[in-house]
Ligand binder design. Structure first.
Ligand code: PLP
Length: 379
């Protein structure tokens, strides 16, 4: 899996696991007739992975014009590309309209009017779904909760009838459906059931107001992965996830459902590999100082996220265990991967793997401290 002579840090992606994970997801999703999966490119925008997803028949969920362009470049058909985001610029909207994407996930009336105007000027039409803020708590970290009234995302349920009527009246807009996304790393399936119930209510409300044109129900993504024990659970519980929806979501006969999965598809497929540069004996603690830091993988610093860390070299040599704080070289106190964890004894030069780093890893890397962005190796 690793090459001791390769310069560290780097990301390595297990494409066999990625393919297998997609297969399992597709098999379970197929129990919901007409359902389709979009790969959330913001979780991992590596071209090889996007191509694999496209070849498997997945569409793309994009949150910027550059992601739309990347998806097209990597072979995702435009009619399987959805475009979300609260701040789409005119330039990004123009690119997406020209390419004839499947759907804009619209987040405000102001945005709806701009999409209409741009499409009209191009002599084209744009398909839209509305992102609705369902006020459902995803019971996940505050920074990755998106479906509460206090969050910036989506349109309130109370405004929906008026907004959909406005869309239907606009000349260059095709109203297609409803879009939701309550958050990420969601492990309680009851949250997806709660979302389904809100969707059912909303559908009743729209139909009572005479709106029967809703074709697409897009429930977003958010299925979490096992960061504690990735070796035991490399593939998330897709059966349970899709069952949560098929048990509770009341689709109308002409409707199909979309899932936008990011982390659950690629999270376990990536590892960040680094080397220990120094082992430092502090006053009360032992620090394993790595050559990778929060600039390469920011999740622990940003979300208090836990990633399983292993000493590849120490394990291979069967060394005795010791307790370490595993930290990076960046000049920030938050540059800590984990505290008080047991690793086989760490020595300078050991290869250290940080697991479950395939999603929201490399895509969030920065050049802070004038560091080089970590390369991505495909296995
Ligand atoms: C980030 C995002 C997703 C994917 O979320 P995961 O938790 O990675 O599955 C899906 N839809 C939207 C709108 C998003 O912003």
């Amino acid at each position: 899996m690793t090459d001791a002579n390769r310069e560290t840090p780097y990301y390595i992606y297990d494409t066999a696991l990625f393919r297998h994970t997609i297969d399992v997801a597709l098999k379970e999703a197929s129990k919901i007739p007409g359902s389709q999966i979009r790969f959330a490119i913001k979780s991992n925008n590596n071209s090889t992975l996007i191509r694999i997803a496209a070849e498997a028949g997945l569409g793309a969920d994009c949150v910027s014009g550059a992601e739309v362009a990347r998806a097209i470049e990597c072979g995702v058909p435009a009619d399987k590309i959805v475009f979300a985001g609260v701040g789409k610029t005119d330039k990004e909207i123009t690119l997406a309209v020209k390419n004839g994407i499947e759907c804009f996930n619209i987040e405000s009336v102001a945005e709806l009017e701009v999409v209409n105007e741009i499409a009209l000027n191009l002599g084209m039409t744009a398909n839209v779904a509305f992102r609705i803020n369902p006020n459902v708590d995803a019971h996940t970290h505050a920074n990755i909760t998106t479906g509460l009234n206090e969050n910036k995302f989506g349109i309130s349920m109370d405004d929906m009838v008026d907004v959909v009527k406005r869309a239907i009246a606009l000349p260059a807009i095709n109203y297609k459906g409803l879009h939701f996304h309550i958050g990420s790393q969601v492990l309680e399936f009851s949250c997806f059931k709660a979302l389904s119930e809100r969707i059912n209510q909303l559908q009743d409300q729209l139909e009572a107001a005479g709106i029967t044109e809703t074709e697409i129900i897009n429930v977003g993504g958010g299925l979490g992965i096992d960061y504690q024990d990735p070796d035991q659970n490399p593939v998330p519980d897709f059966a349970g996830y899709f069952a949560a929806y098929s048990d509770s979501l009341k689709l109308r006969p002409h409707q199909t459902v979309r899932f936008e999965l990011g982390r659950s598809l690629c999270g376990q497929c990536g590892c960040l590999i680094s080397k220990c540069v120094y082992v430092k004996e502090g006053k009360t603690k032992k620090f394993a100082i790595l050559d990778s830091g929060m600039t390469d993988l920011i999740r622990p610093a940003l979300y208090d996220a836990h990633h399983k860390i292993v000493n590849l070299t120490g394990d291979a040599e069967g060394r005795a265990k010791a307790v370490y704080d595993v930290v990076g070289p960046i000049c920030e106190s938050s540059d800590v991967f984990d505290k008080d964890i047991e690793l086989s004894e760490v020595k300078r030069g050991d290869l250290i793997a940080i697991k479950s780093a395939g999603a929201y890893g490399r895509v969030m890397a920065s050049e802070y401290n004038l560091r080089t962005l970590p390369p991505e190796i495909i296995k």
